[in-house]
Design a protein around this ligand. Sequence first.
Ligand SMILES: Nc1ncnc2c1ncn2[C@@H]1O[C@H](COP(=O)(O)OP(=O)(O)O)[C@@H](O)[C@H]1O
Ligand SMILES: [Mg+2]
Length: 232
Amino acid sequence: MLDLSAIESGYGETQVLHGLSLTARPGRVLAILGRNGAGKSTTLKTIMGLLPTKAGRITLDDRPLPARPFDIARLGIAYVPETRDIFPSLSVRENLELAARRFPCANGGWTMARVLELFPRLGERLDNGGTQLSGGEQQMLAIARALLMNPRLLILDEPTEGLAPIIVKLIHDKLKELKSAGLSMILVEQNFGFATSLADDVVVIGKGRVVWSGSAPEIRAAEDIQHAWLGV
Ligand SMILES: Nc1ncnc2c1ncn2[C@@H]1O[C@H](COP(=O)(O)OP(=O)(O)O)[C@@H](O)[C@H]1O
Ligand SMILES: [Mg+2]
């Protein structure tokens, strides 16, 4: 579905990705693991067109991805950044309505009612401002907003960062539900257990390259790789 081939990318003069290649397959969850600073977020920002690709190719179903973030989103790639990017001056309802309006629902797709069914907690907070939400509620809102775009591929950057264990469990269960419903995902996570229990496929990034790839059971068994590249 989504293919990155020999990608070079970075920030201005600073090159971070050095020939990175990976594939996200339909109906599967791909976890991208790696130490802090390995280039995981840079990979996601490059996919989303937020950083220019200096070399290499990104394709969705064998067609080159457009350059502009909005056009990439329109093709059905939804991105939940590490910073969650809730509009703080808008209420929960307004945050959701904005997404629903920009990406009108296809038949049988995600609607406001359906995302509130998935996250009933948000239903109790509809009139709260973005800043009045807990970290967990912000993450739920960010995921709900992404779903309202009715994506084919959901990309999440460290969705559990800074959250209490009980909320991590809730997010885990919800993502598992989405996976069971057939949604394709790319998941960047520091939480090894969380990532490998959701993922089908795993790539490990080190210094801007893929240093290992395989299945979730394989990485759980590969203690040498965990020590060398993840510090687990
Ligand atoms: N805005 C930026 N400007 C310059 N360098 C950056 C910026 N963001 C990240 N980097 C650098 O890029 C490298 C990879 O960062 P990142 O992709 O965020 O790592 P990860 O998500 O794997 O922790 C790091 O060395 C980091 O310091
Ligand atoms: Mg990161």
